[in-house]
Ligand binder design. Structure first.
Ligand code: KG4
Ligand code: ZN
Length: 341
């Protein structure tokens, strides 16, 4: 069967088609456009610009994606969580396309897409049980998945998401957006421990994450040493330390959750999972608990439509169509007991 997925939960506009059967799946084609240039210049998401981009690009990207030909059995669109007006555009477009092509329609949870990505980017369906870390610009969550129908959030951020912390710290020292890759690049010239930044929640018996203390400590440090925000050795020390602090916090929380759940597979997804220092720290955490780490293949870390098409295909194969009246839910939880959209 073939499934088309639409992703418009934030500022990426993406459409992908996958071919799938009970044994696995493969990506046939994907078209993806990142945030409008004006938004980057303005330093954040401008809903009006983002929605206009989705409206303009969806028909074009869909046409290009469908040029690969073949039947379309299912259409899915991200219905949440995300930016409400952005979700509404993708969802309405997805329903119309599904109706016109007489295919099944599926409202997809964006976070479930991330959870699928380490597996489906390698052509496989998710394996259970596993523990999933989602570390993106909007979310930092640890999800325990005992089987395909149950998901429990065992840790979440009390303030900023890990990617948001990268973005804010990068901005503080004059680096561009997205901040994660900028910090990673700059940190490669630096050294950890030359300056000190805190590791919030590290060692805590509570399972949550927190990154606002890191941001505040960085702000105080920069007030004392403003030259840290200019190109040079000091800025690279700052970036190396900030990156190490975030990586250690993520790894520490995963170690605790692995210990508690006794899962032997740890997965990671979301933009931050592309960071090599983070990946190394997570690998070590998994190994120390006798588990293995599974990361998305390149191109599947950040927001994409392949992961949405993959969940759509799974739903279609399971005969679990969505109601045509399903609405967008900007706060749709990934926990299985709130899966009712
Ligand atoms: O998953 P994603 O595309 O979007 C959300 O669903 O939020 O993640 C984007 C986030 C941004 O905050 C970006 O700075 C971060 O992922 N990111 C990284 C790296 N690449 C992207 N953070 C650290 N290191 C990277 N290499
Ligand atoms: Zn995302």
């Amino acid at each position: 069967m073939r499934a088309l997925g639409i992703e418009t939960s934030c500022d990426e506009t993406a459409v992908a088609v996958v071919e799938a059967d009970a044994a696995g799946l493969r990506l046939i084609r994907q078209r993806l456009a990142t945030r409008p240039e004006e938004s980057t210049a303005l330093g954040g998401i401008v809903p009006e610009l983002t929605v206009r981009q989705h409206l303009e690009l969806l028909p074009k990207l869909t046409r290009e994606t469908l040029e690969a030909g073949g039947n379309l059995n299912a259409v899915g669109a991200t219905a949440g969580p995300g930016l409400a007006p952005a979700l509404l555009v993708g969802l309405a477009f997805g329903k119309s396309l599904a109706w016109a092509r007489q295919s099944s329609f599926h409202a997809i949870n964006h976070l479930e897409g991330h959870i699928f990505s380490p597996f489906v980017s390698r052509g496989k369906w998710p394996e259970y049980p596993h523990l999933a870390l989602i570390a993106s610009g909007g979310h930092t969550l640890l999800v325990d998945a005992p089987d395909s129908s149950r998901r429990k959030v065992v840790g979440s951020t009390r303030d900023d998401a890990a990617g948001e912390a990268f973005d804010k710290l990068a901005r503080m020292v004059g680096l561009g957006y997205p901040g994660g890759p900028e910090i990673e690049r700059e940190a490669a010239q630096g050294e950890v421990g030359k300056i000190h930044l805190p590791r919030p929640m590290k060692g805590s018996e509570e399972g949550d994450f927190s990154f606002s203390g890191l941001k505040n400590a960085a702000r105080l440090l920069l007030e004392k040493q403003p030259e840290m925000a200019r190109p040079g050795a000091l800025r690279s020390y700052f970036c190396a330390e900030a990156q190490a602090a975030i990586a250690e916090c993520l790894a520490d929380r995963c170690r605790l959750a692995l210990k508690r759940t006794q899962r032997k597979v740890l997965t990671v997804s979301g933009g931050v999972s592309g960071n090599r220092v983070v990946a190394r720290a997570l690998e070590e955490a998994a190994r120390s608990e006798g588990a293995t780490l599974l990361s998305p293949a390149s191109g599947w870390n950040t927001d994409n439509a392949g992961m949405i098409a993959a969940v759509t295909a799974r739903r279609h194969l399971d005969g679990a169509d969505s109601d045509w009246g399903t609405d967008a839910d900007p706060r749709w939880s990934v926990a299985s007991d709130q899966n009712g959209a």
